[in-house]
Design a protein around this ligand. Structure first.
Ligand code: ADP
Length: 466
């Protein structure tokens, strides 16, 4: 699954920030705890020294007073002190948690008596309250006792806990805010890309002269827009060369084809022709006419591309126009025994008669080509609110739904043996469409496959009918 860049950018941003927050949170928690415990250790050091000194100065039996006075300076919370005998027994005690049980085990007491300070974190009491404990030696020659001081770590744990809660509540909130901010930022950063994509998608082969807006600055987006524009310029040049080539080639082919057609006509008039030669010449003439048609179509399209169609508009009475077009096509209809029905009430449109006639002829000719022997082609003219609609319907095989949107594309021919047999060039409907669009009208194809096709031309009414 590929997610939009905006989603991916935001997700990466949030993930990265999440990882940083977790790392920072863990570091802060560990560091804070270590610093606070270090502070406790320092104050335990000085209390233990104070007790030792005080006790040594005042002598036995004064332990409780000395240690109570000393422990009162500890601010961390509950605290206690013990004096352990060389055998590890509790000799004196001060403070609540210090029961008759030694706060350090025999091993730690022995290590302390031997001269090293022993620090431990232990749990005391039924609740297992955590305490930081320090055991140091106290020399009372000839023996060496051990002074143990302890203070609760509850306050420190409370502080660390509060920091954790803060991080757990604040972290997700910061992540959510960063996510929203990241989303908005990514959206802003990618907006020019969306605009470019939309514009590039709009530029079809007929609008290659258009360019994509180049954002200000000199960053990646500017370069992307400039590169796309360079590509459009190359496409435009290519299309122009292509158009010129088609125009030149069809122009060059026109005259020789016309000469060939007239020479074949002359040859065919000769009475001395054998039936075989006549058949061959007639077939050649048919092919030459077909080629001439294709060349004419190509030339028409090249002209349309060159500067659009120049229309010479006059009021055109549609019944007469349809009559003329149908008359020209009667031989084609007769060859296949196709009946042509015309229904027109004499509507008038403001149009270029020759060009509209050509568009109509292309539609009717297609109808005749595809209707099939004994079929029917109907031409209906109706007037709607502000337009006149000419509809050409045939009883042919219809057009498959998948190819219906492409029938107006240049050089498009459904790859069926039927349309190949009929020898079209795939330009007839493209030309009809260009003519109709030049008139400000619409052209559309509908089809019920298996039951025929229907092509309609809708032209705006600019002059009252009649
Ligand atoms: P062609 O010269 O090949 O007929 P067109 O541009 O007139 O070119 O038509 C394009 C394609 O549309 C045809 O090849 C054919 O597949 C399809 N088509 C056009 N008119 C009809 C129709 N009346 N019935 C069925 N298919 C049609």
């Amino acid at each position: 699954m590929s997610l939009p860049v905006r989603v991916r950018l935001t997700a990466w941003y949030v993930l990265l920030l999440g990882a940083i927050l977790i790392f920072l949170g863990a570091f802060l928690t560990v560091r804070l705890r270590a610093d606070l415990v270090q502070g406790v250790d320092q104050s335990l050091d000085s209390r233990a020294a104070q007790i030792s000194l005080g006790f040594q100065g005042k002598g036995e039996g004064e332990f409780q007073d000395v240690s109570d006075a000393s422990l009162a300076g500890l601010s961390q919370g509950e605290s206690a002190a013990q004096l352990l005998s060389p055998g590890g027994a509790v000799l004196e005690t001060s403070g609540d948690p210090a029961a008759r049980l030694a706060m350090v085990d025999a091993v730690a007491a022995a290590r302390a008596r031997n001269g090293s300070s022993v620090r431990q974190t232990i749990a005391i009491g039924p609740d297992g309250e955590p305490f930081r404990v320090l055991a140091v030696p106290m020399r009372l020659p000839p023996r060496t006792d051990v002074v143990v001081v302890a203070t609760s770590l509850e306050n420190i744990n409370g502080s660390v806990h509060r920091l954790l809660v803060l991080l757990l509540v604040g972290g997700p909130m910061a992540l959510a805010l960063a996510g929203i901010g990241g989303w908005a930022l990514a959206r802003k950063a990618l907006r020019p890309v969306s605009l470019m994509t939309r514009k590039a998608a709009e530029i079809g082969s007929d609008r290659l002269q258009e360019r994509i807006h180049v954002p200000r600055g000199s960053d990646e987006l500017t370069r992307l827009a400039e590169t796309l524009n360079d590509m459009l310029a190359r496409l435009e040049r290519g299309a122009e060369e292509h158009r010129r080539f088609i125009a030149d080639a069809s122009h060059e082919l026109r005259t020789p084809l016309a000469i060939m057609a007239s020479e074949l006509d002359v040859d065919l008039r000769s009475p001395e022709l054998s039936p075989e030669s006549r058949d061959t010449l007639e077939s050649a003439r048919e092919e030459v006419h077909r080629m001439a048609r294709i060349v004419e179509d190509l030339l028409t399209l090249a002209r349309i591309d060159e500067g659009g169609l120049v229309l010479v508009r006059t009021p055109v009475e549609l019944r007469a126009l349809i009559g003329r077009v149908v008359d020209d096509l009667r031989p084609l209809a007769a060859a296949e025994a196709i009946r042509i029905h015309v229904h027109c009430d004499g509507e008038v449109v403001d149009a270029d008669e020759a060009k509209l006639g050509q568009a109509l002829a292309n539609l009717i000719e297609n109808g005749l080509k595809y209707a099939g022997s004994g079929g029917e082609v109907a031409i209906d003219v109706s007037e709607a609110a502000r337009e006149v609609v000419l509809r050409v319907t045939d009883t042919g095989p219809g057009i498959p739904r998948a190819i219906l949107p492409h029938v107006f594309d240049r050089f498009f021919r459904a790859d069926t043996s039927r349309s190949r047999d009929r020898g079209g060039s795939g330009l007839g409907l493209a030309i009809a469409q260009a003519i109709v669009h030049a008139h400000g009208g619409r052209i559309a194809a509908e089809s019920a496959p298996g039951r025929g096709s229907s092509f309609s031309i809708a032209l705006p009414i600019t002059r009252a009918a009649g």
